[in-house]
Design a protein around this ligand. Structure first.
Ligand SMILES: [Zn+2]
Length: 429
């Protein structure tokens, strides 16, 4: 009996080895996409009648008269406009979509993990093949989601994650609004830090547990109880500690900031991007331009904060007049030539509606091409992976979308993406 068992074990091992071997030797799929129009976001022009050759997960060649290899899978998008997969630099995929963070207390981490799978899927199917996810209340739910997507357990965009929020105690990224004597589990107060050394310790810890970048909260927030978006939270010393410690591990820092002083503190500290940048003043705009700091301004979500019946009353109070001021400041920053990326704060508006922001970026001073560049080539530059995504170029990941019509004349066409490919695999057609 024992020997029979061993025979079975050996046999199944052999089957497994030959299967693994077959997989590694299988020829990579070659795909040819015929693109009626192709937006070249790097050169800022529209090309016609292009062929995109894809081998496995990568773009192999792009050109007007490429020969399509025999046996290649052919995808005819000759009636469509083809673009690189879009990138949202400010999402919260791994959090509940309730506007009130206290709702997190009603669910276990596992319940939240299951409940948020749909967020990732909706985002990818909307044409966003990559996101920079900038914080989660249950620390490391975002790391788990990123890895689940990468392993193919669930469907979603490529994610770059923060792991948690680094915030002062009671600050914009903290779980606030509870009685003083209610203790929180560690994952709900993970990133609280109250000195430069505590900030460094949090950065080290986040790096150790899989963060791709660091999110700091430089000022108060709209969507946090007991917070004032107009107040400064982290000091310049604490912000500098975050940037310096993150740089030791090759990571970049993004800073949430509404108040003008908090924005300038963050830019001077050397962050890669300022999130929201709501009340940025002329000095802040000049500083961002001079330092090459990206502004990641969520100028659409005001529509969802104001029109959602579930928005808590104190959040509406915080938000008063901030929305329109932010949009006017966006216009100023675009005019001044500051580097701009595309970030929506998705989660405030439903996941998968990210592209609605494009029309607002155009309304407030960008050309459609500039808005598309913010969500492709600029976003890849901000995240630090221009070699991997952000344009339809040989050598990059085959992250490709298509829309009907010409988004350079009507940017709202990006709200109805018809074709989505990520890493050579088709998710929507
Ligand atoms: Zn956010």
């Amino acid at each position: 009996m024992q020997s029979l068992k061993s025979v079975f074990a050996i046999l199944s091992l052999l089957v497994w080895i030959s299967h693994a071997d077959a997989q590694s030797q299988a020829p990579e799929t070659v795909t040819a996409i015929r693109a009626g129009r192709l937006i070249d976001v790097v050169a800022g022009r529209e090309l016609t009648n292009q062929v995109i050759l894809i081998r496995g997960t990568k773009i192999e060649a792009v050109g007007g008269n490429l020969e399509v290899p025999a046996g290649a899978r052919l995808i005819d998008l000759s009636g469509m406009t083809v673009l690189p997969g879009l990138v949202d630099c400010h999402t919260h995929l791994a959090d509940l979509t309730d506007l009130d963070p206290l709702k997190v207390l009603e669910k276990t981490a596992v319940e939240i993990a299951y409940a948020t799978i749909a967020n990732a899927r909706a985002t990818l199917l909307a044409g966003f093949t990559t996101v920079r996810d900038v914080g989660v209340y249950r620390a490391f739910n975002d790391v788990a989601m990123r890895d689940a997507i990468a392993k193919g357990y669930i469907v979603g965009p490529r994610m770059y994650v923060a792991g948690a929020y680094i915030t002062i105690t009671g600050g914009a990224g903290a779980m606030t609004g509870l009685a003083r004597d209610i203790p929180l589990p560690v994952d709900l107060r993970y990133g609280e830090a109250n000195s430069p050394w505590e900030v460094r310790q949090k950065v080290r810890d986040l790096v150790q547990h899989g963060a791709d970048h660091i999110k700091v909260l430089s000022t108060g927030a709209v969507m946090t109880h007991g917070s004032n978006p107009k107040s400064v939270e982290f000091t310049p010393e604490e912000l500098q500690a975050a940037v310096s410690e993150a740089a030791n591990f090759g990571l970049r820092v993004e800073a949430h900031a509404h108040a003008p002083e908090g924005i300038k503190n963050a830019i001077r500290a050397g962050v890669a991007s300022v999130e929201h940048a709501t009340l940025i003043d002329d000095e802040g705009i000049a500083l961002a331009k001079q330092r090459g700091t990206y502004l990641d301004m969520d100028i659409y979500d005001e529509e969802c904060i104001q029109h959602n019946p579930d928005t808590p009353a104190d959040f509406l109070q915080h938000d008063q007049q901030l929305g329109e001021t932010q949009r006017q400041n966006f216009r100023k920053a675009v005019k001044a030539g500051v580097k701009m990326s595309f970030g929506t704060d998705a989660g405030i508006c439903p996941h998968g509606t990210n592209a609605r922001q494009f029309a607002f970026m155009v309304k407030y001073g960008m050309t459609p091409l500039q808005a598309i560049q913010a969500a492709t080539v600029n976003a890849a530059d901000l995240i630090g992976h221009s070699e991997l995504f952000g344009s339809v170029t040989a050598g990059k990941s085959a992250d490709i979308i298509a829309v009907e019509g010409d988004p350079l004349t009507d940017v709202r066409l990006l709200e109805s993406v018809r074709f989505v490919m990520k890493e050579g695999e088709i998710y929507k057609r």
